[in-house]
Design a protein around this ligand. Sequence first.
Ligand SMILES: [Zn+2]
Length: 181
Amino acid sequence: MIIEDKEFGEVIVRKSALTSGVRFSVSTSGRLQMSVPTYTSTFLAKRFLGQNRELIREKLPLKDPSSQRARDAKKKILMKKAREYLPYRLEYFAKLYGYQYDKVRLSHAGTRWGSCSSNRTISLNIGLMQVPEPLRDYVILHELAHLNHMDHSREFWAEVKSHDPRYKSHREKLKNFSPGV
Ligand SMILES: [Zn+2]
């Protein structure tokens, strides 16, 4: 559950049967996270939070709530853009070059621009909406080529090259961007 706190913003409360006390930590998104025993009510969780304010302020590297909110908003916009674009771009190249995939998934956070699994599901990172089109297309063509080669063999790169002759430079330039939102 999530509780809204004036100072810390959204606080993630995780209930666990394995916890007997209260533990505070920082979530991957920079939010305050507390682990509490299963029976803890919202009221109690808020009280624990109130009692530990000082300690949290001193010990935990939290992102301030306004930057959390800005990030959430940005993610939402990117997700919307990605949904309206990436599946269609993927479909376009798949048709053009005769690839058949099963599903497309949109991912976020993490460190990868895309992936292709053995069950023919292609994942594309919504952060692709922030990179120049040729680099974005390179990632899509890269993942499509994995449908035929589940490795980075010479044959794989030859296939990427046949669809994106400038793939080396695109790959290099992509390093100036990071997929995390
Ligand atoms: Zn790859």
